[in-house]
Design a protein around this ligand. Structure first.
Ligand code: MN
Length: 255
């Protein structure tokens, strides 16, 4: 199996490096990932500027292609121009930080997976929930992620299917967490902007909100991750609101 590995934290991010090591057990892994951190850049692509690339050696582990672009650029470029053949699977992550709730929309990690789905490739986005009091252990996270990937491949991911997986905080020497398949929470999170002054006295603002897993209904990714489950959320990129389509298609539209 050929696997394309990418992310939004940059090609040397610890989550990607740990995942590379584990994914090699599944097949041949090619890494094409952003040169710099692209978190929360969503589904942006680069069309009015060149996409500079560089071959980068990451430790003794692998050599991959670093792209001075967005996560979605990496997937497009890899599939259309860099890889010798189409991958059988695209994995994005492991992201440093959860991608639950509406973060799914902001996420570059998820966008890379969705881009793969646009191209008809099965894709999995992986994210590790971080909590300030627990040091993340990406090797354990990658172990767990590989087990989830195997289980997903066994069940089969539809062509054009995207799966978002979130890993809970992994306490040292804790038991293997259970899996919950859950919907995406759609509540907004409390934005806060700190007002500051630049050296010339002009006002500027800095988003100072920290994303927590506080506000949610009980049946969502946010709630399950907070309770310590591995969450699996199958996603779709068709944003059409079908109930409204049906309602509005009835009758003639006089304008
Ligand atoms: Mn990120």
């Amino acid at each position: 199996m050929r696997i394309l590995l990418t992310n939004d934290d940059g090609i040397t991010a610890p989550g990607l490096v740990a995942m590379y090591r584990r994914l090699c057990e599944l097949g041949d892994v090619d890494v094409v990932a952003p040169e710099t951190v692209q978190s929360a850049t969503s589904h942006g692509i680069t069309i009015h500027a060149p996409l500079m690339t560089a071959r980068v050696k990451v430790g003794e582990l692998f050599e991959g292609t670093a792209v001075a672009g967005r996560p979605a650029d990496c997937v497009k470029l890899a599939v259309h121009a860099i890889l010798p053949e189409r991958p059988d699977l695209v994995v994005s992550g492991i992201n440093s930080g959860a991608n639950t709730g509406i973060n799914v929309i902001y996420s570059g990690t998820v966008a890379a997976a969705i881009e793969a789905a646009f191209l008809g490739l099965p894709a999995i986005a992986l994210s590790q929930y971080l909590r300030a009091d627990v040091e993340p252990d990406y090797d354990r996270a990658a172990d767990l992620a590989l087990r989830v990937i195997r289980a997903l491949l066994e069940r089969g991911i539809d062509k054009g299917g995207v799966v978002s997986v979130n890993l809970p905080v992994l306490a040292p020497a804790g038991a293997t967490p259970a899996v919950k398949v859950v919907r995406q929470c759609t509540r907004s999170w409390g934005d806060e902007y700190e007002k500051r002054l630049d050296p010339r006295g002009r006002e500027y603002f800095w988003n100072s909100a920290t994303y927590t897993l506080e506000y949610s209904d009980d049946d969502t990714d946010v709630a399950a991750l907070r309770e310590g489950y591995v969450t699996i959320t199958p996603l779709q990129f068709d944003l059409t609101h079908y109930p409204t389509i049906q309602r509005w298609q009835e009758g003639r539209w006089e304008i």
